[in-house]
Structures are given as structure tokens and as C-alpha cells.
Design a protein around this ligand. Structure first.
Ligand SMILES: *[C@@H]1O[C@H](CO)[C@@H](O)[C@H](O)[C@H]1NC(C)=O
Ligand SMILES: *[C@@H]1O[C@H](CO)[C@@H](O)[C@H](O)[C@H]1NC(C)=O
Ligand SMILES: *[C@@H]1O[C@H](CO)[C@@H](O)[C@H](O)[C@H]1NC(C)=O
Ligand SMILES: *[C@@H]1O[C@H](CO)[C@@H](O)[C@H](O)[C@H]1NC(C)=O
Ligand SMILES: *[C@@H]1O[C@H](CO)[C@@H](O)[C@H](O)[C@H]1NC(C)=O
Ligand SMILES: *[C@@H]1O[C@H](CO)[C@@H](O)[C@H](O)[C@H]1NC(C)=O
Ligand SMILES: *[C@@H]1O[C@H](CO)[C@@H](O)[C@H](O)[C@H]1NC(C)=O
Ligand SMILES: *[C@@H]1O[C@H](CO)[C@@H](O)[C@H](O)[C@H]1NC(C)=O
Ligand SMILES: *[C@@H]1O[C@H](CO)[C@@H](O)[C@H](O)[C@H]1NC(C)=O
Ligand SMILES: *[C@@H]1O[C@H](CO)[C@@H](O)[C@H](O)[C@H]1NC(C)=O
Ligand SMILES: *[C@@H]1O[C@H](CO)[C@@H](O)[C@H](O)[C@H]1NC(C)=O
Ligand SMILES: *[C@@H]1O[C@H](CO)[C@@H](O)[C@H](O)[C@H]1NC(C)=O
Length: 839
């Protein structure tokens, strides 16, 4: 040691190159021939194409001291290889159990993380590294049972077997599969034998069979315990919080309600915790006041933890906190002023609770949180205006206050938040104009002001923000004309459901990155030449419905929008099918309702294999319905046209149709029996045609059918159930009126209308039946006091039975009293003994 120190200090003087030090240190102790050979052999067992992949093993060459190879460290006295870092090293092969790596008996540290061992087993031979202190084989695609012999590594100070990666966003939950399994006896031995372990990281290892009590036998040296997503069950003992050195503790259930619980202690948290994550499990309802004792806490995550009540005031004592996440619980009451004490806070996530009341004036104290970069208060019950002091949080990058009851004007002080990339204020009751005159949001990428009561004209700067990608201004009361769209980075523009006037400026062609364009339901006027959209080559979705204007097509317009999937041109005075749609091969939803398109359904529709929603209702279409439509659609709405002939037969097996609406055409013939193949069918409306058939009792086994309308046809005969078993289990709307049905009322069916007997649950706002694509809304023609109405959206609470104008006879049965959620009942014009009832 002395010689080495002397040499290195005397020789590595400033006028020598620094690398001399390395050269000398390695030249002092060449690694042994055996160890070098073992490493080279290991290298050859993992062939790597170095031109496409960076790997430290590239520097491993015969004739060079192995102690100077990348990723290899030697003991500076004995020359033995003691540490090997092969993390992210392009090793992509099954790990050989006879690997020469196991010859390196002196290894103290081995890092194989971020490789791809192709789901091979962790070789039990790993237990031969008896001196190992650090083992990291995380994220390297090992699978199967962790070998029992791993418990022989009794000198381990840190062990990382983590193999799970997951994230959750608004639209998706991504998680890699759990491939490693740790059995209960292996864990028990591991826990008992690893007497020096400080860091144990087992996230994502499947421990379904492990009793969480075993962890209490871990060494008191423990500083880090990571058990995220381990499928643990039962109650995790809260004595873990008495481990004297525990600084980082991560325990979480699976997304959603898991089976893991922990009772937060009401006193005696003795560990010096800095990071605590107990998300996605059951934390025993209350967050105890004693949480304020954890004075060293820097990060506290108790999201989705089933907690309720108010946040204890003591939380204001956690002066080191930088991140506080309490989202998705049932916390209630006003937000605490004491949060304003947490001056180190950079992230505050309180979304998805039942907090109420205003952000208090004292939240000038929130204005204290000068370090704050993320503030999420969405989806709660906050109300009142936003305090202007929020403009003091000048470091904010993400701010979401969406889905609350905030009202008043948007404070102009928000314009001070020049670092913002995400500003979400949607779904509140903000009113008045957008208060900023000029834009200072040079970094803004998402601006969501949708679903408010905002009015005034759209400030021109809103279309000039250099980094803006998503602009949601829909469902407000904006008015006036749009002056100009400038070229920018917008990919989504939603202005629908406002009161915008004038024409749609041609400058829309500047938005070349656009893939979503929503302009529906405004007061636009004038003519739109469809050619205008021809440059928007990234367009996937275009909604231009209900805007009082006329879409005009240059007959020669023959452009292609190759990425188009959703088109809605409803009420646009179209008289033919727009040409460009024909060239869009990925079309999924086509809504051209309420135009005056005439002629036959064009044959090219049959080539659109991805189409799921086709709504051509309220046009002047004629001819037969092409057979090809049966094979792929989820929604087919051809209501109010002049189609004739049979409903095509041959709905294929596995048919996925949910909604078939042929109301108001001139169809005749039979109802195709093959409809029974469409087991997802929710709505069948063939009213106002000339179909001549008996009652389709063969539909009674369809489990999802909610709406069946056969009115005004030539159906005849008895309406009787053929089955004992529940028939039409979900039916809510049955309209058989104006046919030639006879015989007794369909008693057995009525007795089985479970969906009509169930009281309709929670008061909340009424729900509509969900169409298979988000943008599409079902509609239903109903008769009310002799008139027909078309309802946009079918309420899931709407139910009615119409049997009038038939020849039913006999008595009105008692069972009708049980159909408690019925909104409409019409039995008139039959031959019934209590002749008239109207609900
Ligand atoms: C070996 O080098 C490390 C630093 O690289 C040093 O901390 C340690 O004291 C050295 N050991 C010996 C035995 O010289
Ligand atoms: C390595 O990858 C490059 C680029 O894909 C390829 O051209 C080359 O043939 C590969 N070399 C070997 C030895 O496979
Ligand atoms: C192993 O390597 C990875 C990637 O470089 C690193 O993040 C990790 O901290 C290392 N593990 C240990 C125990 O040092
Ligand atoms: C390991 O075993 C395989 C066969 O299972 C053999 O091909 C290979 O040569 C062996 N490697 C060593 C280093 O013994
Ligand atoms: C504990 O470690 C020692 C030393 O490595 C080993 O001999 C023993 O078998 C281990 N015990 C268990 C239960 O694995
Ligand atoms: C594995 O866990 C150890 C111990 O906590 C840690 O040092 C290391 O960085 C982790 N590895 C990776 C890849 O995160
Ligand atoms: C903890 O270890 C003790 C012996 O050290 C043993 O008696 C006990 O059964 C262990 N507890 C668990 C839960 O494994
Ligand atoms: C909870 O446990 C029950 C019974 O063991 C099981 O059926 C259920 O799937 C578990 N739930 C979760 C979310 O793991
Ligand atoms: C916020 O901006 C307004 C002007 O819009 C200015 O008067 C005020 O001083 C600013 N506040 C801070 C904290 O920068
Ligand atoms: C905008 O809304 C506010 C309040 O909601 C109202 O007082 C004002 O008159 C409206 N302005 C316009 C131009 O409609
Ligand atoms: C329209 O364009 C398509 C290719 O995009 C081409 O196949 C077709 O012939 C063109 N039709 C007319 C009428 O120009
Ligand atoms: C009405 O029903 C009675 C028996 O309930 C029957 O005698 C009568 O002929 C029926 N009237 C018509 C018009 O069908």
C-alpha cells in the first residue's frame, strides 16, 4: 500500500498526464491469468455487435491487464477482480449456468442490471460468490424462482432483484410482467442469513405466497426496503417503522384495490424515514397526527391508500418535504393552511379527493411554496375563485385545477407563470374572458380551458405559442371571429361547442402538424372548400358538425389524408360522399348524418376494413344495404333514408355489432336470424319499415340488448317467451307499437325485465350509453304524446314499454307495478280490460 501511495502521489504531479496514475496502479498488480481468461471466456459467451451496441466488454482484450478493462475493478493489493459492472452492456443471451464468471471467487460487487438474459433462471451458482457485498441484477430479464441458494450470500449489504417497471397515465396503465418469483422459504432464509443487509430492493418480484411478517426478521442495519408491486397480501406489520436505520421504505399494492394493508402507527415512528411510499394499498382510513414526527421526511406518497378525513395539521411540521402525494383518497374538508409551511416542496399532488371550499386566502401561504414545480388539485370539490397569489409560484411547470367547482375569472396573475408547460383549468365554472393580453407562456405545451363558461373573443396570441401542442378551448362560450391561425406546433385543436362566428379562415392550412381538429357546434357560416384541408397530412380526426355552414367540394378535389381515422361532417349540407374519404384507408369512424347525400352507398365503403362506426342517417340514400357492412361494424346507423329490400342476412359468427339502427326506411322481408351472432348487440331499432315477421323471441338470449324497437312494421302473432331462463336481461326500452301482435300481453318477459325493476342507483349526473368510440353518441327516436323525438344520447336510466296499437287482449297484469324505473308506458289501442294507462 505504501509503495503504491508513494508512487501515485509522487508521479502523478500536475505536469504528468492524469492517466499515468491508472497505468501505474494497474501495472503494479496485473490481474491473474486465470481471472483474465475467465472474463474473456465470459465475453465470448455473449456475442455482441459492437457497431450497433455499446458494451464495456469491447475493451476486454488479451494482453492488456484486465484490471484496466472497462467495468472491471481489482483489489489494489492482491490484484484480484473484486468488482464487475456490466450494467447496460448489451448482454443478450440466456445466462449460462456453467459461466466462467463464477470462477471470480473474490467478487465483492456484481452489477448485471439492464441486460437481456432472455428470461433465463438466476443460476444457483451465484451462491459461489461468498464474498459478495453488492448484487444488482435488476431489469435484466431473469425469470422463474429465485434460487434458494441466494441465501448463502450472507455478506450482502445490498441486493437488487427489481424487475418491474410500471407507469400509469390518464389513458393507460403500463406494466411489465412479473417474471421473478420469490418463495416463502427462500425469503425466510434470505432475511435471516443476510445479517448485514442495508438495502433490499425486490420491487416487482412476485411474492404472492410470502407472509409479510417475515420481513420483521431483517437486520436492524436496514436502510432501504423496496417492496413495490410484489403481490404481497395480508397485513404488513407496522413495527417496520421501528427499524432504527430505515430511511427509504416503499411498499405498494397493485393498481386498484389490492389485498395488502398496513396500519399507520399512532406513535413511536422511530425510524429516520426520508422516503415513504405506501401507494395503492389500504392504509387504514386515517392518516395519524403522528405523521408529523417524521422530521426527516423528504418524500411522502400515500396515493390511492383508502385514507379519509382531514389531513392532520402536523403535516406542516415536515419541513424537509419536497414531494407530497395524497392523490386518489377520500380526504375531505378544506385544504390546510399549514401546507404553506412546507417551503421545500416541489411537488404537491392532492387530486382525486373530496377537498372542498376555496383555496384559502391564507394560501397566500401556498404562495410561499416558491420551489413548487407541480401542483395537482384536479378532480376534487374545491370552489370559489383562484387566489391571485397563485401567480407567485413562479417555478410552476405543471398546474392542474381541472374538474372542481372553481368560479370567477381566471386570475391574470397566472400570466406570471412563465415556466408552465401544462395548464389545466377544465371542467370548472370559470367565466369572463381569457385575461391575458399577450402571451408569456413561451414553454406551454398543453393548455386546457375546456368545459367552462369563458367568453369573449379568442386572443390572437393563443395561436402563436411556440411550443403549444394541445389546445382545448371546447365547451365554452367564446365568440367572435378567428382572425388567423399561425403555423405552430399544434397537434390538437378543439374549439367545438362555442359560439364562434364568421368563416373558418383558410389559414387553418398553416397548422400542418394537426392531427385532431374539432370545430363542431359553433356558429360558423359561409362555405368551406374541403380542399383547404388537403395540406393537413397528419390529420387523424376531423369534426365539423353542426356549424351552419356548407361544405363544398371541388369535384376535382382528389387529395389524400393518409392518417385519417375519424370524420364527422354532420349537418354540413353535403350532397355527396367527399372524395378524399375514399382514399383514407385507416378510417374507423365516418359520420355524415343530416346532409342531403343521395344515391347508393358507394362500393368503396366495403374496402374500409377498419371502419367501426358508420352513421349515414338522415340523408337521401337509396338502394340496398350492402352485405359487406355486416362484417366489421360496431355501429351502423342508416336511419331516415330510403333504403329498401331485405336487411342483409348473414351476420357472421363473432359479429361485434353493438348498435343497428335502420329506423325509417323502406325495408321489408324478415329480421335476419343471424343477428343472434351479434352477442354484444345493445340497440336494435328497425322501427318504421315494412318488416313482416313474428316476434323475434330468438333475440332474448342476447345478454347486452337494452333497446328493442320494432314499432310501425308488420310484425304479427303472439309475443311469448320460449324459455324459462331469464330473457332480455338488460332490456330497458321495448317498443312494439303499431304492429299486428295479438294474444295476451307478454307477461313472462315483463316479469323478467330486471333492468326496469332495479331502482337506479346513485344520484350523480345521468349517464349515457357509451358508444364504442369516444366521439360518437347514440341516438334514439322516442314517441311522446303522439310525437316522435330523436334523443341525442340514450340515458342509461331511460326506460319505457310501448305496446299500443296492437291487438293484445286480456287483463293488465300486476307485474307492471314492479317495473319501478319505467319512464313511459303505453298500452293504448289494444283489447285490454283496463284499457288505458299512460306513464
Ligand atoms: C485501494 O484504493 C482505494 C481507492 O481506490 C482506497 O480507498 C483503498 O484504501 C486502497 N486500498 C489499499 C489496500 O491500498
Ligand atoms: C453489425 O450490425 C451492422 C448494422 O446492423 C451490420 O451491418 C453488420 O453486418 C453487423 N455485424 C455482424 C458481425 O453481424
Ligand atoms: C448498477 O448499474 C446501474 C446502471 O449504471 C446503476 O444505476 C446502479 O446504481 C448500479 N448498481 C449498484 C448497486 O451500484
Ligand atoms: C457450458 O455448457 C455448454 C453446453 O451446455 C457448452 O457448450 C459450453 O462449452 C460450456 N461452457 C463452458 C465454459 O464450460
Ligand atoms: C446462511 O449462510 C451460510 C454461509 O453462507 C450458509 O452456509 C448457510 O447454508 C445459509 N443458510 C441458509 C438457510 O441458506
Ligand atoms: C438497485 O438497488 C441498489 C440498492 O438500493 C441501488 O444502489 C441500485 O442503484 C439499484 N439499481 C438500479 C438499476 O436502480
Ligand atoms: C424470526 O427469527 C426467529 C429466530 O431468529 C425465529 O424464531 C422466528 O420464527 C422468525 N420469524 C419469522 C416470521 O420468520
Ligand atoms: C384479493 O384476494 C382475493 C382472494 O385471495 C383474490 O380473489 C383477489 O383477486 C385479490 N385481489 C387483488 C386485487 O389482488
Ligand atoms: C405578476 O405580474 C403582474 C403583472 O401582470 C405584476 O404586476 C406582478 O408584480 C407580478 N408578480 C410577480 C410575483 O412577479
Ligand atoms: C361574459 O360573461 C360575463 C359573466 O359571465 C358577462 O358579464 C359578460 O357580459 C359576458 N361577455 C360577453 C361579451 O358576453
Ligand atoms: C384520385 O387519386 C387517386 C390516388 O390518390 C388515384 O388513384 C385516382 O385515379 C384519382 N382519381 C381522379 C379522378 O383523379
Ligand atoms: C277483444 O277480446 C274479447 C275477449 O277478451 C273478444 O271477445 C273480442 O272479440 C276481442 N275484440 C277484438 C276486436 O279482437
Amino acid at each position: 500500500m505504501g509503495i503504491f501511495t508513494m508512487l501515485s502521489t509522487t508521479l502523478c504531479l500536475p505536469f504528468f498526464f492524469l492517466c499515468l496514475k491508472t497505468a501505474f496502479s494497474s501495472s503494479l498488480h496485473f490481474c491473474s491469468h486465470e481471472e483474465a481468461a475467465a472474463l474473456l471466456q465470459f465475453k465470448t459467451s455473449f456475442p455482441i455487435n459492437y457497431t450497433v451496441c455499446y458494451s464495456k466488454t469491447e475493451s476486454w482484450k488479451e494482453g492488456i491487464d484486465c484490471c484496466s478493462w472497462d467495468g472491471v475493478s481489482c483489489d489494489n493489493v492482491t490484484g484480484h477482480v473484486i468488482a464487475l459492472d456490466l450494467s447496460s452492456d448489451c448482454l443478450s443471451r440466456t445466462f449460462p449456468s456453467n459461466s466462467t464468471l463464477f470462477l471470480l471467487k473474490n467478487l465483492k460487487s456484481l452489477n448485471l442490471s439492464f441486460n437481456d438474459f432472455r428470461l433465463s433462471k438466476i443460476p444457483p451458482e451465484i451462491s459461489q460468490f461468498t464474498r459478495l457485498k453488492h448484487l444488482d441484477i435488476s431489469y435484466s430479464e431473469f425469470s422463474g424462482q429465485v434460487p434458494a441458494k441466494i441465501a448463502h450470500l450472507s455478506k450482502l449489504v445490498s441486493l437488487n432483484l427489481s424487475n418491474f417497471f410500471s407507469f400509469e397515465s390518464d389513458t393507460m396503465v403500463f406494466s411489465s410482467p412479473r417474471n421473478l418469483i420469490l418463495e416463502t422459504t427462500t425469503l425466510r432464509n434470505l432475511v435471516q442469513n443476510l445479517s448485514e443487509v442495508r438495502e433490499l430492493v425486490l420491487s416487482g418480484v412476485d411474492m404472492t405466497s410470502v407472509n409479510p411478517r417475515f420481513f420483521m426478521n431483517l437486520s436492524f442495519s436496514l436502510t432501504t426496503l423496496n417492496l413495490r408491486d410484489c403481490q404481497l397480501r395480508g397485513n404488513f406489520p407496522n413495527s417496520i417503522f421501528r427499524f432504527p436505520n430505515l430511511k427509504n421504505f416503499y411498499l405498494s399494492g397493485s393498481f386498484g384495490k389490492g389485498n395488502l394493508t398496513i396500519d399507520l402507527p399512532s406513535s413511536n415512528w422511530s425510524s429516520p424515514l426520508q422516503q415513504l411510499d405506501l401507494s395503492d394499498m389500504d392504509c387504514g382510513r386515517r392518516l395519524p397526527e403522528s405523521i408529523g414526527d417524521l422530521k426527516s421526511l423528504q418524500s411522502l406518497c400515500l396515493s390511492h391508500c383508502n385514507l379519509e378525513g382531514s389531513i392532520p395539521t402536523s403535516i406542516g411540521n415536515l419541513s424537509e418535504l419536497t414531494s407530497l402525494e395524497l392523490s386518489s383518497n377520500q380526504f375531505s374538508g378544506p385544504i390546510l393552511a399549514s401546507i404553506g409551511n412546507l417551503r421545500q416542496l416541489t411537488s404537491l399532488y392532492l387530486s382525486g379527493n373530496q377537498f372542498s371550499g376555496p383555496i384559502p386566502a391564507s394560501i397566500a401561504s401556498i404562495g410561499n411554496l416558491r420551489q413548487l414545480t407541480s401542483l395537482y388539485l384536479f378532480d376534487s370539490q374545491f370552489s370559489g375563485p383562484i387566489p391571485a397569489s397563485i401567480g407567485n409560484l413562479s417555478q410552476l411547470i405543471d398546474l392542474s385545477l381541472s374538474s372542481n367547482n372553481f368560479n370567477g375569472q381566471i386570475p391574470s396573475s397566472l400570466a406570471n407563470l412563465t415556466q408552465l408547460t401544462f395548464l389545466g383549468l377544465s371542467n370548472n365554472q370559470f367565466s369572463g374572458p381569457i385575461p391575458f393580453h399577450a402571451s408569456r407562456f413561451s414553454k406551454l405545451s398543453i393548455l386546457d380551458l375546456s368545459y367552462n363558461l369563458l367568453n369573449g373573443t379568442l386572443p390572437p396570441w393563443i395561436f402563436t405559442l411556440p411550443l403549444l401542442e394541445y389546445l382545448y378551448l371546447n365547451h365554452n362560450q367564446f365568440q367572435g371571429q378567428i382572425i388567423q391561425f399561425q403555423q405552430n406546433s399544434l397537434t390538437l385543436l378543439d374549439l367545438s361547442n362555442n359560439k364562434l362566428q364568421g368563416s373558418i379562415p383558410n389559414s387553418i392550412a398553416n397548422l400542418v402538424n394537426l392531427n385532431y381538429l374539432g370545430l363542431s357546434s359553433n356558429l360558423f357560416t359561409g362555405l368551406v372548400e374541403l380542399d383547404m384541408f388537403s395540406v393537413l397530412q397528419n390529420l387523424e380526426t376531423i369534426f365539423l358538425s353542426d356549424i351552419n355552414l356548407s361544405l363544398r367540394m371541388n369535384v376535382n378535389a382528389n387529395f389524400t389524408l393518409p392518417k385519417l381515422t375519424d370524420v364527422s361532417f354532420s349537418s354540413c349540407n353535403l350532397s355527396e360522399f367527399p372524395n378524399f374519404i375514399r382514399h383514407s384507408n385507416g378510417l374507423q369512424s365516418l359520420v355524415l348524418s343530416k346532409n342531403s347525400i343521395h344515391g347508393n352507398i358507394p362500393e368503396w365503403i366495403c374496402e374500409k376494413d377498419d371502419i367501426q362506426v358508420l352513421d349515414l342517417s338522415h340523408n337521401n340514400l337509396i338502394g340496398k344495404i350492402p352485405n359487406c357492412l355486416l362484417k366489421f361494424l360496431l355501429v351502423l346507423n342508416l336511419q331516415a333514408n330510403y333504403f329498401d329490400g331485405n336487411i342483409p342476412f348473414g351476420f357472421p359468427e363473432g359479429c361485434e355489432l353493438r348498435n343497428l339502427n335502420l329506423h325509417g326506411n323502406q325495408m321489408d322481408g324478415l329480421l335476419p336470424r343471424s343477428l343472434v351472432n351479434c352477442s354484444m348487440l345493445e340497440v336494435l331499432d328497425v322501427g318504421n319499415n315494412s318488416i313482416e315477421d313474428t316476434f323475434p323471441h330468438w333475440l332474448e338470449s342476447l345478454p347486452e340488448l337494452q333497446v328493442l324497437v320494432l314499432r310501425s312494421n308488420k310484425f304479427h302473432g303472439f309475443v311469448q317467451s320460449t324459455k324459462e331462463s331469464p330473457s332480455f336481461p338488460k332490456l330497458r326500452v321495448l317498443d312494439l307499437s303499431s304492429n299486428d301482435f295479438l294474444g295476451p300481453l307478454p307477461l313472462r318477459y315483463m316479469e323478467n325485465f330486471k333492468a326496469m325493476m332495479e331502482p337506479h342507483g346513485e344520484d350523480g349526473s345521468p349517464e349515457y350509453m357509451k358508444a364504442p368510440t369516444n366521439s360518437y353518441q347514440y341516438s334514439l327516436v322516442v314517441t311522446w304524446k303522439g310525437f316522435e323525438y330523436e334523443l341525442q344520447g340514450i340515458l342509461t336510466v331511460f326506460s319505457s314499454i310501448h305496446l299500443s296499437n296492437n291487438m293484445f287482449e286480456g287483463e293488465i297484469p300486476d307485474v307492471i307495478g314492479k317495473l319501478s324505473s319505467l319512464k313511459g308506458l303505453n298500452l293504448s289501442h289494444n283489447n285490454l280490460t283496463v284499457a288505458y294507462l299512460h306513464g
